[in-house]
Write a protein that binds this ligand. Structure first.
Ligand code: ADP
Ligand code: TPW
Ligand code: MG
Length: 579
């Protein structure tokens, strides 16, 4: 990460007798470790920290709410393999940021939540300080590690530990507590500079054991109907070339999890994306690469996985992940880059590809499904249905494969995931493991800042509402973000009615004919009202070309969606029938 500590010290040797303080030691420690972007909401005691950061050449992006700054930091970590840093004020700001820290941990994204905190002596005696809260204790169960620094001379170590904890092993969220008094502490500048720590090899390679590699290859060799499942851990690992080589050399069809789409292009000959039900049911050997057998894969068992017995090979850096839901026949514990490389080496020059019959079955199912879907994606209905609208956006991504797609909602998420093909790695960012609403604008800001690419957000109208105020942030930094709000007037649908016939609308329904486009116009961005797929295509194409902050209010048929999108089965059922 950047220069060595010695280089930096040599370049910026402080004058004899000069003083430094906690503020500047924090900044120097972050910069020394190559961390230059901060996602922030100012206030006591960190307002000056943000100012000094900006003055020292860091990019400090101030948000309207900490949760979105935190979602930005979390996805920055996913995109860059460096911890994304979110900076918040005490108690309420800290708590607002905490949701995103827990989200980062759940999703295995490296992130550091740095929060200012109140006077320790007063907090610990519960004497009612300004924004008093024992933040360290509250953060601990929700993250990988939580640290507090009390002395300026420990800032270097504190930040080094936070970085290592976030990115090594299974990545996750780290909390770093900086009491107000620490920031103002002073010390000799030369001594301070020496106290900084440059983290060497923050995420060291973790090589798989040779016998584990041999066992995995044995299991794969015996397969008649093998399948590879790529998860977002595989996207995170940035071993794109080798993962592609492994798929192609093995000749095994693969299924990308949502955020692994594009790791190999979705139109790759071995993609089984459009034959998901078939491959899960029929496969006899399944190799998971950076994907957990959690709810998103029905825990590796049950109806979705069919009757045929299966053997699992699992590549993961976290040993405890093995056997979490079903028996893993060949656990391969290590970092994905090293494991994939070891498998490639072990396959040698004359690897036998799976029986042609299996590939033919997968390909004919896949191509049949794609063909069936095609005419629905061409429809130009007004009001739009999900297929017509997403058919247009699918073209936008095909024509602009560098665009980063951010996606949330229920129907809007589920349809977009299956309809919009991705062509490059780490271009699809969505709701992650929790299926959380509210990641949209935070992830959009970070995607634009960290990648420099245009961003397209495909948002349910409910989903958008969770972070909608951040369109001001997008306008303020003039980011190349185009938000498309799929406006179907509510959560899942806009058609529910209050069963009592009372004046309140139903619980899932919003204001009819809302004009989300005007929100963007309020802050100087471009607002567009689109009623047909053709208008939508034109507006989004123009937005990507211009790079101007844009919000397209896409009018979607309020009857088109279904309850909870594709996961309606997870709703508990009442024995008392609905009115
Ligand atoms: P998805 O939701 O796409 O199925 P998950 O978030 O469930 O993906 O799984 C990601 C997995 O990848 C986690 O179990 C995590 O430990 C693992 N992982 C993340 N980075 C690496 C890496 N560099 N090497 C190995 N495993 C990794
Ligand atoms: C933090 C529960 C899941 S999906 C959703 C909610 C509120 C919104 C769906 O409506 P939307 O999409 O976005 O308009 P569409 O196309 O189906 O109409 N709070 C949080 N996370 C979740 N997941 C919820 C609530 C939920
Ligand atoms: Mg909706």
């Amino acid at each position: 990460m950047g220069n060595t500590a010695a280089d930096t010290l040599a370049q910026e040797a402080p004058e004899a007798g000069a003083l430094t303080d906690g503020f500047h030691l924090v900044i120097d420690a972050l910069k020394l470790n190559g961390i230059n972007n901060i996602y922030n909401v100012p206030g006591i005691p960190i307002t000056d920290l943000g100012r000094f950061m900006q003055a020292e050449g860091m990019r400090v992006l101030s948000f309207r709410h900490e949760q979105h700054a935190g979602y930005a930091a979390a996805i920055a970590g996913f995109l860059t393999r460096k911890p994304g840093v979110c900076l918040t004020v005490s108690a309420p700001g800290f708590l607002n940021g905490l949701t995103s820290l827990a989200h980062a941990t759940t999703n295995c994204y490296p992130m550091i939540l740095i929060s200012g905190s109140s006077e320790r002596e007063i907090v610990d005696l519960m004497q009612g300080d300004y924004e008093e809260m024992d933040q360290l204790a509250i953060a601990k169960p929700l993250c990988k590690a939580a640290y507090r620094v009390l002395h300026a001379e420990d800032i270097g170590i504190g930040i080094a530990r936070a970085i290592r904890a976030a990115v090594s092993g299974r990545p996750g969220g780290v909390y770093l507590d900086l009491p107000a008094a620490l920031l103002g502490q002073t010390m000799d500048a030369a001594v301070g500079a020496k106290s900084l720590v440059k983290v060497i090899d923050a995420a060291p390679s973790q090589l798989p054991a040779p016998h584990a590699v041999a066992r995995a290859l044995d299991v794969l060799k015996g397969a008649k109907k093998p399948l590879i499942i790529l998860g977002k851990g595989a996207a995170y690992a940035q071993a794109d070339e080798d993962i592609r080589a492994l798929v192609e050399k093995s000749g095994i069809p693969y299924l990308p999890m949502s955020m692994a789409k594009g790791l190999l292009p979705d139109n790759h000959p071995l993609s089984a994306g459009a034959a998901r039900s078939l491959v899960l049911k029929e496969a006899d050997v399944v190799m998971l690469i950076g994907a957990r057998l959690n709810w998103l894969l029905s825990h590796g068992k049950g109806k979705q996985w069919g009757e045929a017995p299966k053997k699992f090979v699992q590549i993961d850096i976290e040993p405890k992940e093995m056997d979490s839901n079903v028996e893993i026949a060949a656990p391969l514990v290590g970092d994905i880059a090293s494991c994939v490389k070891a498998l490639l080496d072990g396959m040698g020059g004359n690897w036998t590809q799976p029986p042609a019959e299996w590939l033919n079955t997968v390909v004919s199912k896949r191509d049949g499904n794609i063909e069936k879907m095609a005419p629905r994606l061409q429809n130009n209905n007004v009001p739009m249905d999900f297929h017509g609208a997403l058919g247009a956006l699918r073209k936008v991504i095909a024509d602009n494969p560098d665009v980063v797609l951010v996606n949330e909602g229920a129907n809007t998420l589920d349809f977009a995931r299956s309809i919009i093909d991705m062509y490059k790695p780490r271009k699809r960012l969505d709701v992650g493991t929790w299926g959380v609403m509210g990641i949209g604008m935070g992830q959009a800001v970070a995607a634009a800042v960290e990648t420099g690419c245009p961003v397209l957000c495909v948002e349910g109208d409910s989903a958008f509402g969770f972070s909608g105020m951040e369109v001001e942030t997008i306008c303020r930094y003039n980011l190349p973000v185009c938000v498309v709000v799929f406006n179907n007037g509510g959560i899942y649908r806009g058609t529910d009615v209050n069963p009592t016939g009372g004046a309140d609308v139903a619980t899932t329904v919003f204001v009819k004919d809302a004009r989300y486009d005007k929100m963007m116009e309020a802050f100087g961005g471009v607002g567009v009202y689109a009623t047909s797929p053709d208008e939508l295509l034109r507006a989004v194409t123009e937005a990507i070309k211009s790079g101007k902050p844009t919000l397209v209010n896409a009018v979607i048929d309020e009857k088109a969606g279904t309850e909870s999108g594709r996961i309606g089965n997870l709703n508990p059922q009442s024995v008392v029938s609905k009115k």
